[in-house]
Design a protein around this ligand. Structure first.
Ligand code: HEM
Length: 181
């Protein structure tokens, strides 16, 4: 997983919980990388899970809540780091529909070693989008947080229902996103 995900995670920990806690997590974690991440490096995604587990132990906040909060935060960072992906896009549904065929395709050109999930989307009606996530990895909570961050970016209120799908391996989740206003 790209180092940028790790550096953004640690930035979030620092800004929400303070530098001291961020340092403590990095020094107590016994990780192959030693916990010193660079945005351009690539690291085992299990390290992110270890960091989240440690943060959960320190804060008493459940792991899924922390991962969702991170997804939300990360989307905000993406809007600053990759403004070109937002040109001409005026709603969360329009953006989400472009993630698989455009955004992640461009991400892969920038970072050929990235391992990205697959998304399919289907408009149920004007205010409902079915969005299916499939990945070898268990990052459904991250996807949910990113979806929430996306709605916030476009100033929309949404409700997200999720349903696990059968998957031979990895993770598959169907998000039903309802736009409330
Ligand atoms: C400007 C928008 C976006 C950018 C630049 C972006 C970029 C990235 C990057 C760099 C990774 C790390 C891949 C790796 O290191 O192996 C990633 C992973 C991921 N992205 Fe995106 N992404 C964007 C939008 C979204 C949105 C809207 C979703 C939606 C739900 C999403 C879902 C995910 C998930 C769940 C992962 C974790 C990997 C996995 O589940 O297998 N991304 N993305």
């Amino acid at each position: 997983m790209k180092g940028m995900v790790f550096t953004e995670f640690m930035e979030m920990v620092e800004s929400k919980f303070g530098l001291e806690l961020a340092d403590r997590i990095l020094t107590t974690c016994d990780l192959p990388s030693g916990g010193s991440y660079t945005a351009v490096g690539t690291y085992d995604h299990h390290e992110l899970m270890t960091l989240v587990q440690l943060l959960s132990l320190e804060t008493n906040i459940p792991i899924p809540d922390l991962v969702r909060a991170f997804g939300h935060h990360l989307f905000g960072r993406f809007t600053e780091m990759y403004p070109r992906f937002f040109q001409g896009v005026s709603s969360s549904f329009q953006f989400l529909e472009q993630v698989d065929a455009y955004v992640h395709v461009e991400v892969l050109k920038l970072y050929p070693e990235a391992e990205l999930p697959k998304f399919t989307s289907q408009r149920m009606d004007e205010n409902r989008l079915a969005f299916e996530y499939r990945s070898r990895r268990p990052f459904g909570d991250l996807a949910e947080g990113l979806i929430a961050g996306c709605a916030e970016h476009f100033g929309e209120q949404i409700q997200i229902q999720r349903e696990p799908l059968a998957a031979e391996s990895g993770t598959a989740i169907r998000f039903l996103i309802t736009r409330l206003g």
